[in-house]
Design a binder for this molecule. Structure first.
Ligand code: MLT
Length: 247
């Protein structure tokens, strides 16, 4: 049975995939919390968090489950981790689903933003991070008409520890440039963008799909950065169709 490894984004945990886990029961789903996120413990020093260490943890998890190869689906930071897996462990990756992500590293300005958000988390806690981020995370229609989704996202971020948030921000600000990797990807790829995503804009996702050989691009309408939670039915259909084509 094909195994699907779901890698969550920042500052979330595996529950951001709950709609996919519920709907894709025909496949073996592996949806862990990354170090320091959700129920997973993590080191206390931010310097001990990196895209490489997240990738190492996931390979150790697959090893422990005796999964030699998985289809890997990642959102945003989860996508950055997929690029690392492709660089260092290509033989473990059967296919990729890249949701709401980008290959470029942080600009100096974005790095300053990471530092400011880490300071905010330390000073005011995780819910303050949620309130700062939600306007950029969710599409206008989600914020206006889906109070259940807004509450779910706010609570999920609010549950995260300041240590995990600070560690992830360190990993994000130090992440490598993955742009040169894109045209060397040799596994089937599905690229998913949200038409109202301001963090990983759909135009960039479309360009990414044009550079990855043979990649397929799906634009999710009325969705911001959290397509799997904002438009689960359409995202699930795109994922299932991609998995079925893989056979
Ligand atoms: C995420 O969803 O993982 C974050 O938006 C990643 C980022 O801020 O670069």
């Amino acid at each position: 049975m094909t195994s699907i490894l779901f890698i969550h984004g920042f500052p979330f945990d595996h529950l951001m995939w709950r709609q996919q886990v519920a709907a894709l029961s025909r496949w073996r789903i592996i949806a862990p919390d990354l170090r320091g996120a959700g129920a997973a413990s993590g080191p206390s020093a931010p310097a001990d968090y990196s895209i490489a260490s997240y990738a190492d943890d996931l390979i150790a998890l697959l090893d422990g489950l005796h999964v030699q190869q998985a289809v890997v689906c990642g959102l945003s930071m989860g996508g950055y981790i997929i690029f690392e897996l492709l660089r260092r462990f290509p033989e473990r990756v059967r296919a990729v689903m890249l949701c709401n992500t980008k290959a470029e590293p942080d600009t100096p300005d974005a790095k300053r933003g990471r530092d400011a958000l880490a300071a905010r988390a330390r000073q005011d806690g995780a819910l303050a991070v949620a309130d700062e981020m939600i306007p950029r995370l969710l599409a206008a229609g989600t914020r206006e008409n889906r109070p259940d989704v807004v509450r779910e996202v706010r609570e999920m971020i609010g549950r995260q520890t300041v240590t995990g948030i600070s560690g992830a921000l360190h990993a994000l600000r130090e992440r490598p440039d993955s742009t040169a990797l894109l045209d060397r990807i040799r596994v089937p790829a599905l690229v998913v963008g949200g038409d109202e995503d301001v963090i990983a804009p759909a135009s960039g996702m479309k360009q990414m799909a044009q550079v990855i050989p043979g990649a397929e691009f799906v634009l999710i309408r009325r969705a911001g950065h959290l397509t799997p939670l904002e438009q689960p039915l359409v995202v699930n259909a795109a994922i299932a169709a991609f998995l079925e084509r893989l056979g």
